[in-house]
Design a protein around this ligand. Sequence first.
Ligand code: HCA
Ligand code: CU
Length: 407
Amino acid sequence: MSLDHYAIIESTLREGEQFINADFSHEQKIRIARALDEFGVEYLELTSPLASPGSAEDLRAIARLGLRARILTHVRCHREDVKVALDAGVDGIDVVIGTSSQLRHFSHGKSIDQIIELATDVLPWMRDQAPDIELRFSTEDSFRSEEAELLRVYLAVDRLGVVNRLGIADTVGIASPSQVSRLVGTLRRLTTADIEFHGHNDSGCAIANTFAALEAGATHIDTSVLGIGERNGITPLGGLIARMYTHDRAATQSKYRLDRLRPLELMVAELVGVDIPFNNYITGYSAFTHKAGIHAKAILNAPETYEALDPHDFGLTRYISIAHRLTGWNAVKARAEQLGLSLSNDQLKALTQHIKALADDKRLTLSDVDNLLRVWANGHGIADFRFPISDLGLPTSNRQSGSGVAQ
Ligand code: HCA
Ligand code: CU
């Protein structure tokens, strides 16, 4: 298990529900659960049934949908919480308890010895109650916990021989890839259970940390759609997919329905009232847009020259932007061919220079360039053509109406 055999624990319906704008209705949760299941994630983690009566009902309903994904819920390390979770009919329970001094002092007030005592009481009892359930024990705020104490907790829990997974959580998003790698590697050597990583993105390392966890032997990764969660969230599902695709394209394609990513993200974005960021992994507005003439030429020859990811694998198209001062004649020529216009290379080179000069003064659009191409193809040059410069803005949302060519 590791880079080639990992499972995604998709937590849009637990961590994601902790995003400020998330307030999913029963129907919306079911839609999200089904869409994630179709995408192919291995697990769905849902909010604790103790959170509210509606949360308990939603959990029971999703556990009964008969999805391929296994259904987990997330509770504190207490017998009473676990009892309610078990009654919901889930496939697994994620138990968590804080181990950093901050959480021990300001949240639950327990010492490391008391944490070990509690885990030693609750976890074997859980296993007795539900011999077949998947059981995970996680330390919250693992990276601000004192390492020797943290290992004492993990070793004590692993020795109980009842948990399937040990979880590591970068709760405040401060870990670096090398720290994650070290902790996962240490657990790999000293314990026998699978290893889950949950990484927040406060300092921008969530995806890198997740990948480092997998490289070091983690088996399960937490994500949410668009990364939504507490504060600025956790490892985004799409970002993890981009990373794993660049690691092993064929394996990623066979594990997940990649063409479902964009509809899934659009749905969640709408439900929580946010836009997909312009530079989002895979689905962002500019993720497959090429602009500079030198890039465009190479992309037209062989897209992989400047693309690590093939947009078609995600049901998307690449886009070559040509109506600007960085344009190049190869891209302009490709557009002429798309329009069925016949111009010589010399004409195209001269027209490209003209476009560059115009673009120095004004923003252009693709239809401006198309007009120019038609006029030039009809035998008119700069001298007798007054370019209809208008106050046309750059495209914002619809790339097809922008300044370039969809490929
Ligand atoms: C929480 C904190 C948590 C737990 C992660 C885990 C975190 O909201 O309960 O159970 O692995 O970031 O530490 O999301
Ligand atoms: Cu979290």
